[in-house]
Structure formats: C-alpha cells, structure tokens
Design a protein around this ligand. Structure first.
Ligand code: ACO
Ligand code: PYR
Ligand code: MG
Length: 354
C-alpha cells in the first residue's frame, strides 16, 4: 500500500500533479454515443451544448468488429469538436479485453486536453485502479498533458460492490462511480433480463384479510407494491463515494420508450444522493435534466428555512414542522446545487428567481 505521504505524488516523472478536490461542475447526465457510428458522431457538435457530460462509448454496445472504428471516432471527436463547458469523457473497453490498452493509449496520446475523464468498466477492486493509475501517469508524461485525467469506475460485478470502499480510495484520480445494473444483474445471477429499472416480480403483498370465521383468506385480492431492486447497491455506492469525496451516478435505463419509469428510477437515485444518470437516447437528456435539477418549489422552501433559521442553530416551527440544525443543512444542499447549476444555465436560474 502507498504510504499517505506519497498518495498525491505523480506516478511517473513528468506526469501532472494529482488533484486534491474532485471538481463538481454540472453533472446531471452522462450522454452516451457509440463512437463508431458516423451518423451519431455527426450529431455531437449539436448535442454537446445541451448536455453536462458527453461520452464516447467504446465498450459494450459497440460490436467487436467496430472497436478500432470506435477508437478512431473518439479521437476524431476529441480533435474536432468544441465542447465549451461540457465535459468530454470516454468509456474504454474492460481491462481484461484485447482492446483496453490501445483504447487508453489513444485516449491519452491522441485526444489532447479535450478529454476530462476515462470511464473504466467492470472494476473489481483497487488493483484495477492502480493499474490504470500508473499507466495513465506514464502516458500523460509522454504526451505532455498538463492536467491529470480522472477515472470513473462502473460498479457492475458483485466483487466490485464488495470492494467499493477500496475502489473509491485507490487513487486521487477517482472522480466517481456509476451503477452498472445490466452487468451487475448478470454477474449476481439475478433473474432479470433488463437494463436497469424495476421488475414486476420483485414485490411485497398486503397481508391477507381475516374472514368471519377468524381464518386468513389467502386467495383474497390483495394489493402488491413493486420494490426497488437497486436500493441497496445505490445506497452503498453513495455512502462509499461521499466517504471518499467522489461523485455517485445512477447508470443506464434501457426502456427508452418508458420515460415515466426512467424518471422514477432517476429520481430515486437523486433522492438517495446521486448527482446524475446516463442518457442513452436524446429523450433521456431532458428527463435527467429535470430530475437532477432541484425542483423550484423545494428550492423556495429551502430558502425559507435557511432564512428562518438565522445562524443555522436551534429549533423552530415553520408551517407546522420542526426545523433545526440538521434540516437546515439539507436545505443548504438543495440551494447550493440549484446555485451551482444556475451559474451555467440562466433559464434554470430564472425558475429559481436567482
Ligand atoms: C448496459 C450499457 O452498457 S448501456 C451503454 C451502452 N449502450 C449505448 O450506449 C446505447 C446508446 N444509444 C444508442 O445506440 C441508440 O439510442 C439506440 C441503438 C438504443 C437506439 O437508436 P435508434 O434506433 O436510432 O433510435 P431512434 O430511431 O429513436 O433515434 C432517433 C434519433 O436520435 C438519434 N440518436 C439515438 N440515440 C442517440 C444517442 N445516444 N446520441 C445521439 N443521437 C442519438 C438517432 O440517430 C436518430 O436520429 P435521426 O432522427 O437523425 O435519424
Ligand atoms: C452500465 C453498464 O455497463 C451495465 O449496466 O452493465
Ligand atoms: Mg456493463
């Protein structure tokens, strides 16, 4: 294990200094485009200003015979598109694939400073991050990059979930985690066949009523309530990320047409502490923007509580509810997020009255 005094030292001579605080610009959606697809690439300049993060995908979703084309597509986009304030990321192939080394090499040596974050899929433990950390430092030194690339890991194996704390703590490059519900379901041998979201079979049922004879009526009509398959993993991911000062994201929602359920899944993640989610299709961009921007009514309420609480200590009644030091802290989280997002989005700022 690296001693604490060496944690923030560059891992190669000439590599940039690691950062000490993870930047938190607007990060409501990571919009995926398949980097091998010329038509989708041609849409990138128009989509870039409408999203917080744009990601060139090289991994799953890209056919095996298009991996080289996807890598070339990443480089082309990095070298030609003006991203403005939008972050530009890539998801490389998994570390056990024949493509990962060339993906990472091209991302550092050919994308220049345009690239902000490299997403590493199927991370199982800190050893995966250590490997990437050293390799990136060597390539950064070679390329002359002036700021370190950050690393985002996908949590999509049971071992990755078991090691989530160590993964978060493995390097100062760690920017955040995303939940990978599709691979995670397969790896855990869950019996689902979907990309994220719930399942009608995962439910709780109301207790049976009791008949006149005092016996329970098992076959009576009883309400059922679908449960959230992802609650445990998201909550665990959020705690690990917050502990280590990095950012948690929900991942993909594969039922593109069901924007209602997508919004629900995203909102559950937002309420549990995630900062954003993936958008796989243009219709999911606005869903993420809506969900991960605080509701104007919540912001107005939070501002009232902050104002009423004065120096932020003590307890008082507002609208029949007790407010105190802890509730006002929650209100600051909401208002600070709204202000941060508003700095980039005057339309949103107007909805908050800033
Ligand atoms: C489990 C995981 O790993 S998830 C991550 C891996 N998967 C992905 O990244 C998938 C990304 N998304 C996609 O590839 C596509 O959205 C698909 C294949 C799912 C659907 O694509 P289509 O069948 O073309 O969808 P649809 O016809 O509704 O598209 C409407 C328009 O939006 C465009 N579009 C669709 N998805 C995207 C996207 N992600 N980015 C930009 N434009 C897009 C289409 O090109 C089409 O444009 P057009 O109107 O000019 O023809
Ligand atoms: C996000 C991802 O890669 C998955 O769900 O498998
Ligand atoms: Mg996956």
């Amino acid at each position: 294990m690296r001693p604490a005094k060496d944690f923030f030292r560059p891992l190669a001579v000439g590599a940039p200094e690691p950062i000490r605080e993870v930047p938190f610009p607007p990060s409501r959606m990571i919009h995926f485009f398949p980097a091998a697809n010329e038509k989708m690439r041609s849409k990138v300049p128009a989509i870039a200003p409408t999203v917080d993060i744009l990601l060139a995908n090289l991994e799953d979703g890209v056919p095996a015979d298009q991996k080289e084309a996807a890598r070339a597509g990443l480089v082309e986009v990095a070298q030609t598109v003006d991203f403005g304030q939008t972050q530009f990321w890539t998801r490389v192939n998994s570390l056990d694939s024949p493509w990962a080394l060339d993906d990472i090499t091209a991302a550092v040596l050919e994308c220049g400073e345009a690239l902000d974050v490299i997403m590493i899929p199927k991370v199982e433990g800190p050893e995966d991050i250590h490997y990437v950390d050293r390799l990136l430092a060597q390539l950064e030194a070679k390329s002359g990059r002036t700021r370190p690339l950050l690393v985002h890991a996908i949590l999509e194996t049971a071992r990755g979930v078991a090691n989530v704390e160590e993964i978060c703590a493995a390097s100062p490059r760690m920017q955040g985690l995303s939940l990978g519900p599709a691979d995670l379901a397969a790896n855990r041998r869950m019996k689902t066949t979907r990309v994220g979201g719930g399942h009608p079979g995962y439910l709780v049922r109301e207790d049976p009523p009791v008949g006149d004879d005092g016996e329970t009526v098992i076959d009576a009509t009883r309400a059922t309530h679908q449960q959230d398959l992802w609650h445990y993993t998201i909550a665990r991911m959020v705690d690990a990320c917050v502990t280590h000062g990095i950012l948690p994201f929900y991942g993909p929602f594969g039922d593109i047409k069901d924007t209602v359920a997508c919004e629900d899944q995203f909102r559950n993640a937002y309420l549990l502490g995630c900062v954003g989610a993936w958008s796989l299709h243009p219709v999911q961009i606005d869903v993420a923007k809506k969900v991960f921007s605080p509701d104007p009514a919540d912001v107005a309420h939070a501002q009232r509580v902050i104002e009423a609480m004065g120096d932020g200590t003590g307890a008082l009644m507002l609208d029949g509810k007790m407010e105190d030091d802890a509730s006002v802290k929650q209100c600051h989280v909401v208002v600070e997020l709204a202000k941060r997002l508003s700095e980039r989005d005057p339309e949103l700022a107007a909805t908050y009255g800033f």
